[in-house]
Design a protein around this ligand. Structure first.
Ligand code: HEM
Length: 469
């Protein structure tokens, strides 16, 4: 024990001596914190506080300005904020920056994932998935989403409900059905759900691929998920089953069985699987969190709640008795849209966008070098009083006027803007319609802490009791 302590001391002293920013970073203001851990502890502890990384950012921005350096989560990182920075980082000329995934994310999602592509390869993949995720492409999934929302909410009456769990079940069933026509109940659904949960909880784990670790379990669950997809793809190719889903649209138009050949507009099976998993991972936690925050913010803001309820009750009143929500109604919910945007602004589900400089460039008078990690601090952008007066207030009406470009980044912007925006809005709008028309609810406890995960979610999963209107 003593030997270990002495060794630790010597090692720390050694690191203290050699600790310092890479030479070129010296001109950038900021502190790198402690040896080895840098500022990771304060970053993580503030990350889980109700204000999230806002307080971490705010303190440093007051001291150093809009661009500062830090060392968090094992990386030298330049944090930057403001509309100018977001314009440069998000729409900067091709190849200026690439996405900066952690090692675990890269390993799990696979090398051909959209999230790991840049330039032309990235554009090509975006083109291939654009059609099925467009408003028109989503129309055929509307009946499934509508029936599922009704079915989930049928179970809520008079019960204690963990909103986050319910939202997670709902969004996973929607995306499973949309991608590969998975039935909402049964053995396949259970396997899919179990594997997905293990995969999604391994992203923030340590990168040790040894039995017993979360990362190892994640890779194994990914392999089982890919085996499921292999078998579905094989059935489809043999013409044994035909479904009108996302997988079918990619198989029909864009797939080839091997990686050989010149045909650039086709996807191999490996590319198909990597990208289906990427859509699942990018689309599930985000939509689950959005739905949960929205329900929480509404309860805390009765004026917005009443306004929203009125929109939905009016839609219901104007409809023929006994009929259900229609496609044209769901596409005409102006206040709901503002509530979704305000939820994404206040919650800032993805608090920072992580990039890696792919070439040298200047920002706010500072030289950023190829290879550096650059994080855009979105929380501060979303709470800038110049563009969002009284920024802590939940006020959907602020989205009645046009919003200045690059000041609202709920779904991002530029070539990496969220391709799932229409699906996310559709799921949330349908669910909220039925919730508004049927129930009122009360939270069971007051706790504003947030889970220490990449996607911000209420730590207590937002427990409520539900009553019929
Ligand atoms: C309310 C729910 C959602 C929110 C708030 C959200 C937010 C975002 C944001 C902010 C980005 C850009 C990140 C960056 O620039 O670093 C993004 C990218 C992405 N989102 Fe979403 N998203 C949501 C739902 C979905 C859904 C349902 C899907 C899939 C069907 C999806 C798939 C993706 C993918 C694949 C990317 C990466 C795009 C690329 O790199 O080109 N998202 N999302």
């Amino acid at each position: 024990m003593l030997v270990a302590l002495v060794l630790l001391f010597v090692l720390s002293a050694l690191l203290l001596r050699i600790w310092g920013s890479p030479k070129a970073m010296e001109r950038i203001p900021g502190s790198l914190g402690w040896p080895i851990v840098g500022e990771s502890f304060s970053f993580i502890s503030e990350f889980s506080s109700p204000a999230g990384i806002f307080s971490f950012m705010y303190k440093r921005q007051q001291k150093y300005g809009k661009v500062f350096k830090s060392y968090v989560l094992g990386r030298y990182t330049i944090f930057m904020t403001g509309r100018e920075a977001s314009k440069i980082l998000l729409t900067g000329k091709d190849g200026l920056v690439s996405l900066n995934l952690f090692y675990t994310g890269k390993q799990v999602l696979g090398p051909t994932s959209l999230l790991q592509q840049t330039g032309e390869a990235h554009k090509r993949l975006r083109r291939l998935i654009a059609d099925p995720l467009s408003v028109d492409g989503l129309k055929k999934y509307f009946p499934f989403i509508n029936n599922l929302a009704i079915e989930v909410l049928d179970q809520w009456s008079g019960r204690k409900v963990l909103v986050l769990e319910e939202a997670s079940t709902f969004t996973l069933k929607v995306i499973g059905n949309m991608i590969m026509s998975l039935e909402p109940a049964g053995e396949e659904q259970e396997k899919f759900r179990a594997n997905f949960k293990i995969i999604s909880s391994c992203f923030a784990s340590l990168p040790f691929k040894i039995p017993g670790t979360a990362f190892y379990r994640g890779i194994k669950a990914r392999d089982r998920m890919y085996a499921m997809l292999d078998s579905t793809i094989a059935h489809r190719r043999k013409g044994e089953t035909f479904k009108q889903d996302f997988l079918e649209s990619l198989l029909k138009k864009h797939s080839k069985e091997t990686s050989e050949g010149e045909d650039d507009d086709k996807l191999t099976d490996a590319q198909l699987k990597d990208n289906i998993l990427s859509l699942l991972v990018a689309g599930h936690d985000t939509t689950t969190a959005a739905l949960t925050w929205l329900i929480k913010f509404l309860e805390e803001n009765p004026v917005a709640l009443e306004h929203l309820r009125e929109e939905h009750l009016t839609i219901q009143r104007n409809r023929e008795k006994g009929s259900s929500l229609t496609w044209s109604e769901v596409n005409n919910m102006p206040y709901t849209n503002k509530v979704i945007n305000e939820t994404l602004r206040r919650a800032t589900i993805l608090p920072w966008f992580s990039r890696k400089a792919a070439q040298d460039f200047d920002i706010d008078g500072y030289k950023i070098q190829n290879g550096w990690s650059v994080n855009l601090d979105v929380v501060s952008i979303h709470h800038d009083p110049e563009f969002f007066p009284n920024p802590q207030k939940f006020d959907p009406s602020r989205f009645s006027d046009p919003i200045k470009p690059f000041s609202f980044l709920g779904f991002g912007s530029g070539p990496r803007m969220c391709p799932g925006i229409n699906l996310a809005k559709l799921e949330v709008s349908v669910f909220i319609h039925h919730l508004m028309c049927r129930y009122k609810w009360k939270p069971l406890e007051k706790d504003d802490s947030v889970q220490p995960t990449l996607v911000r979610m209420p730590k207590n999963k937002y427990p409520i009791t539900v009553e019929r209107l």
